[in-house]
Design a protein around this ligand. Structure first.
Ligand code: ADP
Length: 592
């Protein structure tokens, strides 16, 4: 997989966004999970609180029946006008109330009118008040020994009431009631982590650790319920309002609730049914810990995800770096190859140019050779032709005057000129045709001696010496006698030509192995011309003195023998020409 850096960052960013989105989507479920857990934890203190409440309520249940057994009570009910008895009962009730820490202990006659009370000395005393409408009273009248209810109408103070009938023999003559202040229970709940509330069957909250939740309904009360409450004067109807609570169930016993207000409160609500009392007790713990737990979990998961992403990023970046390096390497290689190819193409072009130049030079060389040849030939032939013409004119003039001998002389001169031109022509033909003639073993010394005999005539007329000592042993070489002699004569002639303007003209010939060296003491060869002297028609001599064919022909002859002709300048001056020949088996030896 090949990814650019930008792609990698894009991919990782996309993954990060996906993870963040996933986290955002997971959060509510996670939070609900922790809220359920919290509810399960809250169930413990809730059960304890409920047990505490139930135990407290039960503790005082038998109390009214015990007090009601006091004989003075029945007596007072039978003699309500006995002031002494009333004073005694009042004081007795006050002491009892103080002992059990009740907020009031009071005695009602059969009509429900309060005739004696522990609070007889206090301003808002129940004395004289009629409670025949209260359910605890009516229940007690029917013989219930521990009727119980919660009210808050009379004093605005919420109380719970126990009542028992006062009997005179088999007859019920009155009701004794004890009121406890409900807030005494609530005070135990204060300081707990959770808030508590207790609601009756109508979801009417009458107890709570939060005073502002007292007398508030968790759901709108029906008209019938409201009527009943008003009728019983159970609660201060004008204070009843709705607790603005919205709930989302978490499970059977738990809900997530909001209580609207400033600020809006959010709780995990855990409920417990108190079936015997027909109440529901709830613990409300702030939702914050569950939210924080969910956030923590997501944070840790996010941390791990980030680590994983970072690792992925690092891995992909490393991969990208490697493939970039590889690409760079390949690019460098490609550039190198391209450079090499370009250079090769350049060289090829250069080579092509060189070949073209070579071809051009060869062509130019041919043309120059042709030019040199034309110049040489026209001179060689023009001079004798001009002579022939003047001899012919002379002969004609002599004939006109009948001077025959002179005419004859001129005609014979014409014949000589013709011979000379024939010689030149033969020379050219030789050069052009290079006839293949047989080669064989030659005694080198014999050929040299024959060549010297040809040269002798020139030496006699022009002066000059040839130093040559025959080798002590026979030197057999491969070649053709006449042609090798022609080569040697040509070399000696050139040597004499080179020394023409010198008083002391010596040609030295030595045999070294199968090589013959011909050295002179002339002007030598101009170094720049050494390469050209074997070219046909190359000559430095004045017109009419040389055709420039001698060395070219000699070179080809020696090559035909399988040998080599070379030229050099001698360190002591003058030129040295070397005829290197192939050794040959002597004829006599071959014959044997
Ligand atoms: P030609 O003698 O007609 O010029 P050759 O082919 O024999 O033609 O010689 C070519 C040229 O080589 C001469 O013109 C001369 O310049 C040079 N050359 C030949 N032999 C000698 C020599 N011994 N010393 C100096 N230059 C020489």
């Amino acid at each position: 997989m090949k990814l650019s850096r930008r792609r990698i960052f894009g991919l990782v960013a996309a993954l990060a966004v996906i993870i963040a989105l996933g986290a955002a989507l997971c959060f509510p479920a996670l939070e609900r999970h922790y809220m359920r857990k919290q509810a399960a934890q809250d169930a413990v203190p809730l059960n304890l609180a409920a047990e505490g409440l139930r135990a407290a309520l039960e503790r005082y249940a038998p109390l009214p029946a015990l007090i009601a057994e006091r004989a003075e009570l029945a007596r007072l009910l039978n003699n309500p006008d006995d002031a002494t008895l009333l004073a005694m009962v009042n004081e007795d009730l006050r002491q009892t109330g103080a002992t059990v820490k009740a907020s009031d202990v009071y005695l009602m006659d059969i009509s429900g009118r309060t005739i004696a009370a522990a609070s007889y000395r206090e301003p808002g005393s129940y004395l004289g008040r009629n409670f025949n409408y209260q359910s605890y009273f009516t229940q007690a009248l029917t013989g219930d020994l521990s009727s119980f209810s919660v009210y808050g109408t009379t004093t605005g103070e919420r109380g719970y009431f126990y009542a028992a009938p006062v009997e005179d023999g088999e007859r019920i003559v009155g009701v004794l009631a004890i009121k406890f202040n409900i807030s005494a229970f609530e005070s135990i709940w204060r300081g707990a982590d959770s808030e508590f509330m207790v609601a009756d069957r109508n979801d009417f909250v009458f107890m709570s650790s939060r005073p502002d939740w007292h007398f508030r309904a968790k759901r709108p009360l029906s008209d019938a319920t409201l009527r009943l409450i008003a009728q019983n004067l159970q609660y201060p109807i004008d204070r009843i309002d709705l607790l603005p609570i919205t709930a989302t169930p978490l499970n059977e016993d738990a809900q997530q609730v909001y209580i609207e207000g400033e600020p809006r409160e959010s709780y995990v609500l855990t409920s417990l049914r108190l079936n015997d009392l027909d109440w529901t007790m709830s613990a409300l713990s702030p939702r914050k810990p569950a939210t924080l737990n969910a956030l923590n979990t997501l944070l840790i998961a996010g941390l791990f995800a980030s680590l994983a992403l970072a690792a992925l990023l690092a891995y992909l970046l490393k991969q990208a770096r490697q493939s970039e390096a590889l690409a760079r390497e390949q690019e460098a290689k490609r550039l190198l190859e391209a450079a090499v190819a370009e250079r090769t193409a350049d060289l090829q072009t250069a080579l092509g140019d060189l070949r073209q130049t070579q071809t051009d030079l060869i062509q130019a060389g041919k043309l120059s050779a042709l030019g040199q040849m034309s110049a040489a030939l026209s001179h060689e032939f023009n001079q004798p032709l001009a002579a022939v013409k003047s001899y012919a004119d002379n002969a004609t003039a002599f004939l006109d005057r009948d001077r025959l001998p002179e005419a004859k002389d001129n005609i014979s001169r014409i014949s000589k000129m013709a011979d000379r031109m024939a010689t030149i022509s033969a020379h050219l033909r030789n050069f052009a045709r290079r006839p293949q003639q047989a080669t064989g073993p030659l005694l080198l010394n014999t050929v040299i001696q024959d060549a010297l005999a040809v040269i002798d005539m020139r030496l006699a007329s022009e002066g000059g010496t040839v130093n040559y000592t025959s080798p002590t042993t026979e030197v057999w070489v491969t070649g053709g006698h006449v042609r090798l002699q022609q080569v040697i004569v040509n070399l000696i002639n050139n040597a004499l030509d080179a020394m023409e303007d010198q008083p002391n003209r010596v040609v030295t010939m030595t045999v070294e192995g199968t090589t013959l060296h011909v050295r002179d003491t002339g002007h030598g060869i101009e170094p720049a011309k050494v390469a050209n002297i074997f070219d046909p028609f190359f000559t430095t001599k004045a017109p009419g003195k040389g055709l420039g064919l001698g060395l070219s022909i000699s070179f080809n002859i020696v090559s035909d023998f399988g040998g080599a002709l070379s030229a050099a300048n001698h360190p002591d001056g003058g030129a040295v020409f070397s005829v290197a020949l192939q050794p040959a088996t002597p004829l006599e030896v071959a014959a044997q």
